[in-house]
Design a protein around this ligand. Structure first.
Ligand SMILES: Cc1cc2nc3c(=O)[nH]c(=O)nc-3n(C[C@H](O)[C@H](O)[C@H](O)COP(=O)(O)O)c2cc1C
Length: 178
């Protein structure tokens, strides 16, 4: 039992289905996994799926009422040994790079002193977009860690760079960081 807590940020990339397997594998590795879903990601996979796989409450809205009184984004930020965002959209990367804190996930990232590992997944043109590249370079420069994306068959049918890193590669990286 590793006794380490991973906060897994899940955003609205089509690669979200791989996050289900990622949760299952992180649990097998002995990590405690707590998922934060963005509002948009709930259009793709409902929180009940991540709740069942993680065995923990899925955190969602910034203004959802906590069961016991706590300021959720601060308490989650303090509890985390690692914040992993997988899949990470171009949007969430841009928001973090700009210091925007307009949802629970970006507030937690802003408030944490834990390491942050980001696994981007997007269309190749979105990934190669100069602004996305600048955002990634800026975050790397500030100590945020990245894994992937890798080359492969993208959801749009093209082959290119933008696929989420393999689940096993993400697990390996998380183990390395922790
Ligand atoms: C079907 C579908 C698939 C999408 N896949 C991606 C993706 O793989 N990567 C990405 O950066 N954005 C993708 N988007 C766009 C994001 O969902 C959009 O930017 C959204 O606002 C992101 O919200 P979030 O970052 O708060 O989760 C997709 C949108 C749709 C409708």
């Amino acid at each position: 039992m590793k006794n380490k807590k991973i906060i897994l940020g899940v955003t609205a990339s089509i690669a979200i289905y791989k996050a289900c397997d990622l949760v299952r594998r992180l649990k097998e590795e002995g990590f405690s996994v707590t998922v934060i879903q963005t509002k948009e990601s709930e259009e793709m996979i409902k929180p009940v799926v991540f709740q069942s796989l993680s065995g923990n409450k899925v955190y969602r809205g910034l203004f959802d009422m906590p069961e016991a009184w706590e300021i959720e984004h601060i308490s989650l930020a303090k509890q985390a040994d690692l914040i992993l965002i997988a899949p990470a959209t171009a949007n969430v990367i841009a928001k973090i790079a700009s210091g925007i804190c307009d949802d629970l996930l970006t507030c937690v990232v802003s408030a944490t002193s834990a390491p942050v590992l980001i696994a981007p997944a997007m269309n190749e043109n979105m990934y190669k977009n100069k602004i996305t590249q600048e955002n990634i370079a800026k975050l790397k420069n500030k100590g945020y860690m990245f894994i992937g994306p890798k080359k492969g068959k993208l959801a749009c049918g093209d082959t290119g760079v933008g696929c989420l890193a393999e689940v096993e590669a993400i697990i390996k990286e998380a183990n390395k960081v922790l």
